[in-house]
Design a protein around this ligand. Structure first.
Ligand code: GLU
Length: 367
């Protein structure tokens, strides 16, 4: 028997409606049957379910627009309906579910993040399937994750998951748009996410992004950095969830990287939004990437944006490529003053000193 795993199953609206304007309950029960099978095999399942807006639209008798407020209202109507359907379908298999509605703000704050993590863990320990969605009815754009692909990667980190299954209306990631190019080939395995792949998934070039591949790739990138294997596969496929656990995976598999051992570093990947940028020179880039070094003032070329001590900021190289993300010990004006200097000069330049590191290695995650 396989090792017991924590599996996050993300179901997009297209999978739940089968491309129609109604939730496809027959398919939903089939997905629940597979989740129950996984649980029988000893695995734990977390579901990230879209479909609140679609369920709301189905309920409403009066026609309704597509503005943000309309969608928030539809989510308020539909979320209750959605969780009721999941609850009754899982009950057919004797499984309890628990609803968690999150926003980015719940993951940004370390205390709230830990609370959410504890609730999720408690649900799993009680053999309950957590069903998670964004709290669309109240989330404004500033506090929203925005799409359930990215939400599911944050949930996978929160749940300390082994696998994230991004189920969608496409077979996986292709070498070109399969709707336009008969020679398009499914990419079965991805071990490295680079600009070329991002372009393929919906950068300026091809149009696979219309299927939501761009956000899936972002989600896959974050999750695999936290040690989670990611699979993109077609949600309508027969036994797709069960097959994703086998050696013969359907769709595209993203190999995981070594997970940071420190829980705080996982939170840095999942939680906060970056508040600014520090541009670093080639020496600092190599030292941080290859030698596990902290960021010292000497390697800094520029500070961009306004940030404060304790904020999360991006470290970018001279080509503005993201190198790492970390919690900064000096504010942006101070960084500007000490950039390029030797650590021993900080005290003279600022009249105080928080130590030699502008970002300590312990507060840094690599990208
Ligand atoms: N949270 C939205 C809903 O439940 C869906 C967002 C998404 O699928 O990315 O309708």
């Amino acid at each position: 028997m396989q090792r017991a795993q924590i599996v996050v199953v993300k179901l997009g609206t297209s999978v739940l409606t089968g491309g129609t304007d109604k939730l496809d309950k027959a398919h939903m029960v089939e997905l629940v049957r597979q989740c129950s099978e996984l649980k029988k095999q000893g695995h734990q399942v977390v579901m990230v379910s879209s479909g609140a807006v679609a369920a709301g639209r189905e309920q409403l008798t009066k026609p309704c627009g597509r503005s943000v407020i309309d969608k928030q209202m539809l989510a308020a109507i539909g979320q209750g309906q959605l969780i009721h359907i999941w609850q009754s379908l899982f009950a057919l298999f004797g499984i309890n579910v628990g609803q968690m509605l999150l926003t980015r703000a719940d993951l940004e704050d370390r205390d709230r993040y830990l609370n959410a993590r504890d609730t999720l863990t408690a649900l799993l320990n009680h053999d309950v399937v957590p069903i998670i969605n964004e709290n669309d009815a109240v989330a404004t754009s500033e506090i929203k994750v925005g799409d359930n692909d990215n939400l599911s990667s944050l949930v996978a980190i929160l749940a300390n998951a082994d696998k994230l299954l991004l189920l969608t209306d496409q077979e996986g990631l292709f070498t070109s748009d399969p709707r336009k190019d008969a020679n398009a080939q499914l990419i079965e395995q991805v071990s490295h996410i680079d600009d070329e792949l991002r372009q393929l998934a919906g950068g300026s070039g091809t149009s696979l992004g219309t299927g939501g591949m761009a956000t899936k790739l972002q989600a896959a990138d974050i999750a695999r950095r936290a040690g989670v294997e990611v699979v993109i596969a077609k949600g309508a496929g027969k036994n797709v969830i069960l097959n994703c656990m086998s050696e013969q995976l359907p769709g595209t598999r993203f190999l995981k990287l070594a997970a940071p051992r420190d829980g705080r570093k996982k939170w840095l990947l999942a939680g906060p939004k970056s508040n600014g940028q520090i541009v670093i020179d080639d020496g600092a880039t190599t030292a941080i990437k290859r030698q596990g070094a902290s960021l010292l003032a000497k390697g800094i070329r520029a500070a961009k944006g306004e940030f404060y001590r304790g904020d999360l900021i991006d470290l970018v190289d001279l080509n503005f490529q993201l190198v790492a993300r970390g919690v900064v010990r000096f504010n942006s004006l101070e960084v500007d003053k000490i950039k390029g200097c030797h650590s021993s000069e900080i005290i003279n330049l600022l009249n105080f000193d928080y130590g030699a590191e502008v970002i300590h290695r312990d507060d840094l995650v690599l990208f």
